[in-house]
Design a protein around this ligand. Sequence first.
Ligand SMILES: C[S@@+](CC[C@H](N)C(=O)[O-])C[C@H]1O[C@@H](n2cnc3c(N)ncnc32)[C@H](O)[C@@H]1O
Length: 293
Amino acid sequence: MLKEKHQEDREFDFTANDFARVRKLIYQHAGISLSEAKTDMVYSRVGRRLRSVGYSSFKEYLDNLENESNPDEWEAFTNALTTNLTSFFREEHHFPILAEHLLSLKKPIRIWCSAASTGEEPYTIAMTACEAFGTMKPPIEIIATDIDTNVLATAARGVYPYERVSKLSEKRRKDFFQKGTGAQEGSVRVRNELRSLIHFQPLNLLEPQWALKEPFDVIFCRNVMIYFDKPTQSKILSRFVSLMKPHALLFAGHSENFLYVSNDYNLRGKTVYELNDGENAKRGTSLLRGVIA
Ligand SMILES: C[S@@+](CC[C@H](N)C(=O)[O-])C[C@H]1O[C@@H](n2cnc3c(N)ncnc32)[C@H](O)[C@@H]1O
């Protein structure tokens, strides 16, 4: 059907079977579940890869991807299929809760931003910490990860078009960004002090091992679980448990309800979770929860 509907307009041969293969590969590799509605999106984004690598059909490209061990192409294929929408202070109601939580913790504070995209979210966390502690050197360390290496490079660069920060208060723009001049006119750059609070590293939430050592006081996992099916969400949530300190908070996206997929958490506020008593009791640490009660 796919072929009959659009094929005549298309530069590359793209059959229903090709779409099914892309779907299976990205699901197995990154956990991303693509619905039929994403057919055109897949054609256009993966088609761009075919053009730049020089393939003439999806079949040829996918055969190669599956049969050759080519980590670079896997990375490019994955990068092509992620959705990276984000913004500074997205879902703003989370940040006063974060600020209060940070002030209640023992230092140094460790935060994991697990789907950092182009960086607006980890920089927002860093700004919140600076404001809460009243210094550009708050006692925090943020690990910002994402599967998509392109967006992480943008995040690490910390340079954005001015429109991305135009809704922030003038004070925040002044405190945390430098305006570009000359060739950089129209962009802003995150101040070095803010950038130095964040360590960027690629991480696939589906990988069996995460290169993260010590546990965290805060985990941000917002607007990424929506791309995963329930069994995948449930597995990731149970792996978070051992990475959370007893009092830690887990922040989710606006349409993500973790109570349906895990028994390990209680709702602490709107889309903010904490480990439930059972989980903490198992770890013999329930008393520590009084710190933020
Ligand atoms: C819509 S963005 C959300 C960004 C940010 N958390 C926010 O709420 O504004 C989703 C991000 O999840 C990342 N992602 C998708 N699958 C992933 C996986 N398996 N492991 C890690 N990150 C993944 C994408 O690359 C993308 O940057």
